[in-house]
Design a protein. Structure first.
Length: 125
């Protein structure tokens, strides 16, 4: 009976040892899963932050598109105003040239009076 008791004790010891190894393995796996869960949680937070950043960037791009559109309209308006200003300037330059030509053909009053005086002097002679 002693041999049987030793065998049973040995079996229980082997069984206990096996149980401890299995428990130890599960504890190690639990720690690894906790690390993996922590990493996944951190990744989820990073992805959420990235989504917020992308959303913010989309809003900024949309705002910039509106600003560019507004600037294009302003530039277009300025170009139209410049065309009108150039047209009016050309008209003024033509009028100025006409005025200069007519001044060349016109005799000043004092010159006219001198000529009249000379004619009167010549007629008296």
């Amino acid at each position: 009976m002693k041999k049987e008791t030793k065998a049973v004790l040995k079996k229980e010891t082997d069984t206990e040892m096996l149980a401890r190894l299995v428990v130890s393995g599960f504890e190690k796996m639990d720690k690894r899963f906790e690390r993996v869960e922590s990493d996944v949680s951190s990744i989820k937070k990073d992805v959420s932050s990235l989504k917020e950043d992308v959303s913010s960037l989309k809003e900024d791009v949309s705002s910039l598109k509106e600003d560019v559109s507004s600037l294009k309209e302003d530039v277009s308006s300025l170009k139209e105003g410049q065309k009108e200003t150039n047209r009016r300037l050309a008209s003024l330059e033509r009028k100025q040239m006409g005025t200069l030509l007519s001044l060349d053909e016109t005799v000043h009053r004092n010159e006219f009076e001198r000529i009249v005086h000379r004619v009167e002097v010549l007629e008296k002679q």
